[in-house]
Design a protein around this ligand. Sequence first.
Ligand code: IPE
Ligand code: IPE
Ligand code: MG
Length: 234
Amino acid sequence: MNLLDLNQENIPNHVAIIMDGNGRWATKRNKPRVFGHNEGMKRVVDVVENSLTIGIKYLTLYAFSTENWKRPKKEIDFLMQILIKYIDEQLNRLISNGVKINILGDIEPLPDKVVDKINYAIDSTKSNSKLILNIAINYGSRQEILRAVNLAVKDGKEVSEEEFSSYLYTKDQPDVDLLIRPGGEKRLSNFLLYQMSYAELYFSDIYWPDFKMEELLEAVKWYQERNRRFGGLK
Ligand code: IPE
Ligand code: IPE
Ligand code: MG
């Protein structure tokens, strides 16, 4: 499969990925789980470049959920470190490739060093618009929806669907067209429940550290074969 096998008229605008299976990928190789996170980070670099190549405009990556705090501190610390490493190593490339970084979730509880780095990355890429890269960190869909409700209440008004969307972290962005979950699980794990109301859901048994261009193309091809009716007839 290559790029030419895709229908250029029907590239999904917004692709969201639950990057799952890092731990199991490592365990299968008798390595510590963090080894899988390290390899998974390389796929983050790849998927951003590949999305630019394919022409995806919005890419949302689930990096850390509000529930992932339940994990051992050592693993959490490693995930925070790897975020810093990603920005340190990739920021220049992101800037020159026209990628704009946007965060979904509440980053305030993260270590100061991580927060500063993230804010620096947001600021450095703010005038880009070729690809919007949403990184979901300390993100939970229920938290996001409750936050939106509370913001609306604070503004003292009843809101339309459109206004409600503007209270979400994905303000001004289109709904998710294609959700990809590698790693074998068929669940949403508190990810973008509102924005995925009409998304096409693609599940793969391949672990995230093995999810390369070939697999992304497969997913997009599969998406292009769907008949999206949105409740109507087609
Ligand atoms: C996904 O891989 C990465 C994060 C949740 C941060 P996992 O760490 O969940 O890997 P598995 O699912 O245990 O294999
Ligand atoms: C979802 O994966 C969160 C991220 C990929 C960041 P999990 O591994 O945390 O999800 P569950 O626990 O299998 O539902
Ligand atoms: Mg997992």
